[in-house]
Design a protein around this ligand. Sequence first.
Ligand SMILES: [Zn+2]
Length: 472
Amino acid sequence: MSRVNPPLPPPDPVAAERPPAGRPSAPRAKRRRATLLMLGLAAVLLAAVATFWTAQVLAGREASAGYEAALQRWETPSEEAARATELAGAIADFDEELDGARTLSEVLPEALAGTESKAALAAAVTSGAEARDALGETGAEGARLPPHAVAPESVDGLRKATAAIEAALASRERAQRNAEESLRTVTQQRETLAAAADAARSALVAGAATQAEPLTSASPEALQALADASNAASTSPLPGAAAAAAALVAALDKVRAEHDAAVAAAEQKTAERVRSAATADDPASITVVVNKQRPFNPIDWEPGDLRTPAGIPNTNGQPVRGEAATALESMYAEASAAGLPFTITSAYRSYAYQTSLFDSYVARDGLAAAETYSARAGYSEHQTGLTVDLDDGSGCTLESCFGETATGQWLRANASRFGYILRYDAGQEPIVGFIYEPWHFRYVGAAVSEDMRSRGIVNLEDYFGLPPAPTY
Ligand SMILES: [Zn+2]
């Protein structure tokens, strides 16, 4: 039988290249080379990573140091910084003053302060505003507070933050270097503005005083309020100057309103007086005016309401008209309560009685002398029934010394409250036609007697606008 030989293995391509025996086989060498290659690559990679990492750390430190240095520079105080702080304060004040002056300039009444001071203030405000605009934010920039600094985490962030601080620093330092000069500008502008405002306020206060001068009929309270407002307007700081000026104008308006109202009321009274004067001719009127130019019409007129005042000593028992009697009784009660009772020595005298009285005086002293103290019949106020001669028993009966007695003084001071006037006061003879008669009181009603007193008018002729009557 035949035996088949196994086939030969195929030729080994690797083995074919394998070195001869005694040297490493070809696959192992290959593996070693690969390993070495890998190791080399790893080393290179490691070195690169290490280098990169070191660079990163160094850069981080540098950026951090730069950031810290910038912050430190920001926080280090300097002389210029102090100046800048001062400037910032001055600018803030200037802003307020400028605002106040601008408002004052707007509300300042030209009618009070005058055109000139108003224009000067407006000019100062304009020039101040221009200077302020030129200054910009100098003061605030120079005195700016540090930015809120939180160190960023990344190097890039640190660098950006540092740059921002550096930029702010540069801007702040520029501003601080300019602060001193700017401060001079601001100070000068503030002074200019204050001077213009002071002049305007002085003009305003003076103008108000001038306008208030003739307004004498205003109440003391309103005049005092005006004085206070003037004072406030002169002294208030600029930011409040406009309000103070407005208050002054309001106070002046109040004074004017009160004065005008008082004048209107006085005019009303004058009108009433004129109406009363219309009755000065009427013998029945309590305001009838009888003097040497104004006899009774009819000459022997007689009142119809005569009565004897109650409870008052009355030498001749003469009566007066009812209204005058009632008023006299009140006056007597008060005078008595004051310890100064008086006596009626003469009251109503009829035309017939006056005729005989005057004739007896002429017979005794002559016509010229008699006419200085006694009236012709038909010309005597005693015929009105509104007139009394009073005495206090001190020996000055119908004598000028009665005016010096306590009773005479009391009557002079108080009669007007009861509607009586001292008809023939001292020095009035050229108007009233009679010498000083401090005992002779005439009833005219309290409205007229008090009005005369408040106006300082002492005779009926002036009060009613009638001509003087020195002679017949
Ligand atoms: Zn008399």
